[in-house]
Write a protein that binds this ligand. Structure first.
Ligand SMILES: *Cc1c(COP(=O)(O)O)cnc(C)c1O
Length: 474
């Protein structure tokens, strides 16, 4: 299996060759040159598999340059009940991504039972094991440099802590994350994890990372890597839980299921799209956005108009506050018949701050690819959290609330609808207190995390300072 770029002008590479990188040299994103197909018989054989076997059945069709026995070990070490143990009452940690029935044909799929209480752990943990394996084979090392406003950074650090050959340098805006998020990251004492609090806002931290990455000599000398949302390894890991969720709510393969996905960078729902392309009987893929509704606008009008960072709202579902949906290009590549030249032309406009119009393809996007969309706002989010508690006795977080709100608007009640639970309420305490008037339950092992000793450096907004810091610590 080779991987090609959505812009059509990069050499085809194997999985291990694209794993540590980000964008393809032509500026595109990697996708497999074809999607493996799962037949009715394959699906029947997969139906009763546990999460690990299911993950192997899927990933082994997409990763052919890691020996099967090694890939199996990596997967078995990643998806354990110990790592994904923060289940709700009535759920089993061994399911890794257990479902929770709200009513007939309406379910949650819990993806947030990992160490940082958000779905990014599902993929990032696998990436940690894969990085260590691939680096060990080649004898290389990597220094992961990133900027975070919360979720991605903590998921990356928990995945990479203690991994041989990997160091993480994570910039975050000084004193701007929640106390819980700060404690989660800064309490890590591992030698290979470096937290750097930048005296600025998230965009300042992000700009520092971009400046370092644009210094090609520095980047090569210090083997600077990234684990951002366009990494193919993250997408591929997320394909698995769509299969797991499908099997959990159906009895046979003639049934179809819809998924509602709280969306920002389009990484999660892109994995759903790929699952559908591989033959999983998905009816609708529901793209649920918050007030940052660039994707909802696209699926309603065919216009893709990314907003600048200055026009991105800070909302109570902050992990979906994006101005540009970086993985969206992967989906558009498929919509355009995998024509890299056409995708290049569209993104030439986006990269210059422009927009594009695919309204003539909207019927295809709805009928052939199954996409529908909707958006949420602070008031509807609060209301959904309250109603879900009243009606079902279940407390959901603000992101999941966006997914459920849109799911209820667009669903056909004869088809099972699975809402992806992308974070646990404990992660967003303030918003939950506003919605319900009470502090959400926290997994007991995280009680008192704010009181643990913290390890971090404070830095001015300075590219030279971060370069010097990396030099001094490698
Ligand atoms: C990252 C994140 C999202 C958005 O996922 P994308 O893959 O960027 O679309 C939604 N909810 C939570 C809690 C997240 O952390």
């Amino acid at each position: 299996m080779k991987y090609i770029s959505t812009r059509g002008r990069s050499p085809a590479l194997s999985f291990s060759e694209i794993l540590l990188g980000g964008l393809a040299p032509d500026g595109g994103l990697y996708l497999p040159e074809h999607y493996p197909q799962f037949s009715d018989d394959d699906l029947t054989a997969m139906r009763d598999m546990d999460y690990r076997d299911l993950a192997f059945a899927i990933l082994s069709r997409l990763i052919d340059d890691i020996p099967a026995a090694d890939l199996k070990t990596i997967i078995d070490n990643t998806y354990t009940a110990q790592v994904y143990g923060f289940t709700r009452a009535g759920q089993h940690a061994e399911d890794i991504t257990p479902t929770l029935k709200l009513e007939d044909n309406l379910y949650l799929l819990s993806l947030s039972n990992g160490p940082t209480l958000a779905f990014k752990d599902m993929a990032m943990q696998l990436l940690g094991h894969l990085f260590e394996y691939v680096l060990n084979k080649t004898g290389e090392t990597t220094n992961i440099l990133g900027a975070t406003s919360g979720d991605t950074g903590s998921a990356a650090e928990y995945a990479m802590r203690g991994k041989k050959g990997v160091r993480v340098f994570m910039l975050s805006p000084h004193q701007k994350m929640s106390r819980f998020q700060t404690a989660q990251m800064f309490s890590l004492q591992d030698d290979n994890i470096f937290n750097i609090a930048v005296k600025g806002v998230f965009d300042d931290a992000q700009d520092m990372v971009k400046a370092v990455s644009n210094d090609h000599a520095f980047k090569a000398k210090y083997k600077i890597g990234a684990v951002n949302s366009i990494n193919w390894g993250r997408i591929v890991a997320q394909v698995v839980y769509y299969f797991k969720g499908y099997f959990a709510v159906t009895q046979h393969n003639q049934q179809k299921v819809s998924f509602s996905v709280p969306s920002g960078n389009f990484g999660n729902v892109c994995a759903g799209h790929i699952a559908r392309m591989m033959g999983l009987p998905i009816d609708k893929l529901v793209v649920a956005t918050n007030e940052n509704d660039v994707l909802d606008e696209f699926f309603k009008t065919g216009q893709y108009r990314p907003r600048g960072a200055a026009n991105t709202y800070h909302t109570s579902s902050p992990s979906m506050d994006i101005s540009k949906a970086s993985n969206f290009e992967r989906f558009v590549f498929d919509v355009m018949g995998q024509d890299g030249a056409k995708v290049s032309a569209l993104w030439q406009r986006v990269d210059q701050g422009g927009s594009f119009d695919l309204s003539s393809l909207l019927p295809t996007i709805g009928a052939e690819f199954g996409f529908v969309s909707g958006s949420s706002n602070h008031a509807s989010r609060m209301q959904t959290i309250r109603q879900t508690k009243e009606k079902y006795g279940v407390v959901i977080d603000t992101h999941t609330a966006d997914g459920l709100k849109v799911a209820l608007e667009v669903r056909d009640i004869a088809t099972p609808m699975v809402v992806l639970e992308t974070a646990l309420p404990a992660k967003f305490e303030d918003a939950m207190v506003e919605a319900l008037g009470e502090i959400p339950p926290r997994p007991t092992s995280l009680n008192g995390i704010e009181a643990l000793p913290q390890k971090f450096a404070v830095m001015d907004v300075s590219v030279d300072a971060i370069k010097a810091f990396i030099e001094a610590n490698t």
